[in-house]
Design a protein around this ligand. Structure first.
Ligand code: CA
Length: 231
C-alpha cells in the first residue's frame, strides 16, 4: 500500500515517513503544494496525509482537485490549525478523517489502518481468496491454515491482487503501487517478473488454489485455479 505525505515541515515529514515505512507501507512525500499537485495528478495512492497550511497553497484545494477528477485516494487531513472550520470543510469535501497536530505516530498509524480497512478491504482486516488468507495488519499469509513465508515485496504484490480478484492488472500500475512512484517508468519490468515468479512458486508449492496468471501483452490476473467443492 502506498501513502503520500504532504507536509512542508521537514522534521515532521521525516518522522512520519520513517514510522510508516516501518509498518511496511511504500511512502512518497511532497514538501509543498506544487509538488503534491504534480504527484496527485500523476499517481494513485491508497492514502494521502494532507497538511492544510502549505507555503504555496491551501491543502484543501488539493482535496477539491482530487474529488473533481473522480480520484478515489483516501485522504486524512493532518492540520496544525485545530479549527473546527478546517475540519468541517475538509470532511465535507470528502476527506476520510482529520487528525490535529501534534499527534502521536501510533494514533496516525491507527487512523490509516482504519481508513484503509474501510476502503478496499470492505471493513475486513483479513482478505480471503480460495484457500488463501492474508492478514493485512500482521502481514501473515496462510494457505489452507498453514503460514507461508513471503518477502516484503511478495506480500505487497499478493495484497494488491487479493484486493482486486479477477481484475486485469497492468504491470506498470503494479510496479508503481508496490515499488513506488517512477517505477512505472522503468526500462523493463524484470524486477516485477522476478518477484511474481517467486510468489507464484511459493503459492503453488503450498497448495494454493488461487493463481496469478500472466495475461499476454498486458499484465496479470488473480484467479481461482478451479472452483472448490463445498466442505
Ligand atoms: Ca504546514
Amino acid at each position: 500500500m502506498k501513502i503520500l505525505i504532504v507536509e512542508d515541515e521537514p522534521s515532521l515529514r521525516e518522522v512520519i515517513q520513517r514510522a510508516l515505512e516501518q509498518e511496511g507501507y511504500v511512502v512518497e512525500t511532497a514538501a509543498d503544494y506544487a509538488r503534491a499537485e504534480a504527484k496527485i495528478a500523476g499517481y494513485d495512492y491508497d492514502c494521502i496525509l494532507l497538511d492544510i497550511m502549505l507555503p504555496d497553497g491551501n491543502g484543501l484545494h488539493l482535496l477539491e482537485t482530487l474529488r473533481r477528477e473522480g480520484k478515489r485516494d483516501h485522504v486524512i487531513i493532518v492540520s496544525a490549525r485545530d479549527s473546527l472550520e478546517d475540519k468541517v470543510s475538509g470532511l465535507e469535501q470528502g476527506a476520510d478523517d482529520y487528525l490535529a497536530k501534534p499527534f502521536h505516530t501510533a494514533e496516525l498509524k491507527a487512523r490509516i489502518r482504519s481508513v484503509l480497512r474501510r476502503g478496499r478491504n470492505g471493513g475486513d482486516r483479513e482478505l480471503v481468496q480460495g484457500n488463501v488468507t492474508l492478514d493485512t495488519e500482521s502481514r501473515r499469509v496462510e494457505v489452507a491454515g498453514r503460514e507461508i513465508p513471503l518477502l516484503k515485496k511478495e506480500f505487497d504484490i499478493l495484497l494488491y491482487f487479493m484486493q482486486r480478484p479477477d481484475h486485469l492488472v497492468d504491470k506498470a500500475v503494479l510496479a508503481e503501487a508496490v515499488w513506488g512512484d517512477h517505477a512505472d517508468q522503468a526500462d523493463n519490468f524484470q524486477f516485477v517478473y522476478a518477484q511474481i515468479k517467486n510468489l507464484r512458486r511459493k503459492l503453488s508449492e503450498a497448495g494454493a488454489d488461487i493463481e496469478i496468471r500472466a495475461v499476454y501483452g498486458f499484465g496479470y490476473k488473480l484467479s481461482c485455479a478451479e472452483p472448490r467443492p463445498k466442505p
